[in-house]
Design a binder for this molecule. Structure first.
Ligand code: PDD
Length: 278
């Protein structure tokens, strides 16, 4: 596999950054994950727009233009013959002697690599996933796609140990989002609900595209926060993310959602999103 590091394309196992890199020392950096389907980037524009916003929020200058970044992403997809999977991109404030405040005159670090993943034909998509709820212990700016992911690492590890594929994080009795996904439910009255964007969650690109696609088809998605109890009582639940598109949720903390099988709304919206992605 070929990776991109600060202007160069190098074999992944030869790709190197400094131990003084602020991404490594302080998690002082931003990332994005874009899906690749049939060798093409999916909804990448939305990811680049969010990248620009995230770096702006932490006053981190991008070392390349968004146009150049997309060129690099495409070159990596071509060089690695990636048909289906993800492109991971990370930019950090660069390498400098360890000091909390921003260093002066340091060039940001940009690394990009690809990963193979079956997104469309996956057991999780076919059979649905189990989720575990946990307290949301993250910081107050979850709208920034920061590489500081320790809370999610611990939440998703606890979920994995409980035999679950995703963690749902809960704050003040309300579900914020998944460890690396946006949460949706279909209520008893057949209303599709997802939490509104705010500093409490990452504004999901898949979420945004799905809301627009649904609207075009006169399918309304209501934006409001909901509790774990409401999710447990829902007809259906599902998650969205670039790296999974849409996956039905069939159990929450071991209790079945609806009949415990992927529901019709989740299946239909998944098909709609796959058509869009192609
Ligand atoms: N995760 N919420 C969180 C906390 C996320 O980390 C992600 C994405 C999402 C969904 O956003 P999008 O639809 O733009 O991918 C929501 C990526 C895929 C990851 O960390 O691997």
């Amino acid at each position: 596999r070929i990776a991109y590091v600060n202007g160069e394309f190098v074999p992944l196992d030869e790709a190197r950054i400094s131990i003084l890199d602020r991404g490594f020392l302080f998690a002082d950096g931003i990332y994005e994950v874009s899906a690749v389907l049939d060798g093409k980037l999916v909804d990448n524009e939305a990811h680049l727009v969010r990248l620009a916003r995230s770096v702006g929020e932490i006053a981190l200058p991008l070392p390349e233009t968004l146009e150049r970044i997309e060129e690099i992403q495409k070159e990596l997809i071509a060089r690695n013959d990636l048909v289906e999977g993800v492109v991971y991109l990370q930019v950090t404030r660069g390498a400098a002697d360890r000091d909390f405040a921003f260093p002066k005159g340091v060039k940001p670090t940009l690394v990009i690599f690809t990963q193979v993943k079956n997104i469309v034909d996956s057991p999780a998509a076919r059979n649905g996933i189990a989720v575990k709820t946990l307290p949301d212990i993250r910081w107050a700016r979850r709208d920034i796609k920061s590489v500081a992911l320790l809370a999610q690492v611990l939440a998703k590890q606890a979920a994995a140990e409980a035999g679950c594929q995703e963690a749902w994080m809960v704050e003040d009795g309300l579900i914020t989002e998944g460890g690396s996904s946006t949460v949706f439910i279909v209520t008893r009255n057949d209303v599709i609900v997802t939490r509104p964007n705010s500093n409490a969650i990452l504004p999901g690109c898949t979420r945004k595209a799905l809301i627009a696609l649904a609207e075009e088809r006169q399918i309304r998605i209501e934006e409001r926060a909901f509790s774990v109890e409401e999710a447990r009582a829902a007809k259906e639940a599902f998650i969205t993310s670039a790296s999974s598109f849409l996956q039905p949720v069939v159990t929450i903390d071991g209790a079945p959602v609806g009949d415990g099988k992927p529901g019709p709304v989740a299946k239909r919206l998944r098909e709609i999103y796959i058509d869009f992605a192609r």
